[in-house]
Design a binder for this molecule. Sequence first.
Ligand code: GTP
Ligand code: MG
Length: 149
Amino acid sequence: VQQTYIMIKPDGVQRGLVGEIISRFEHKGFTLKGLKLFQCPTELAEEHYRDLKSKSFFPKLVKYITSGPVVCMAWEGPGIVAAARKLIGATNPLQAEPGTIRGDLAIQVGRNVVHGSDSQENGQREVALWFKDGELCEWTQEITPWLRE
Ligand code: GTP
Ligand code: MG
């Protein structure tokens, strides 16, 4: 089963959108494997967004992500990496479809409330980057037969 790293960014926490965003993933039927409120250090933000290092907005991005606590989550489910990106919507919230998290809850790319891994490889990489051994929970979601035949 695929895993992905979802993170509610500092604006989502400050705006009180934590419950709303978690609900979107819960209601869809995915399985929560890890969850914590966390003040991200600069080095971790830089490592997480290392592919964007050359972009002009990189310093602003690191400042944004470290500007307050984030909610770190590991979610699991079939096809979850692509499905989570669909639930989240386009990077620019003004281009994100209504019904998506960014489409419903944000107006600017520099304050787009949530992150989702963009590939299976990055899903694995980011879950390992943000969670220590023992922070993820192995559990049986008893409603699984009502979600998957
Ligand atoms: P993430 O899920 O956060 O990785 O977003 P994404 O995959 O939709 O976009 P991408 O990985 O290309 O960019 C990462 C983050 O950098 C975005 O979510 C934005 O917060 C920020 N970002 C991207 N492009 C811009 C930009 O042009 N200006 C600013 N200020 N921020 C940007
Ligand atoms: Mg990205």
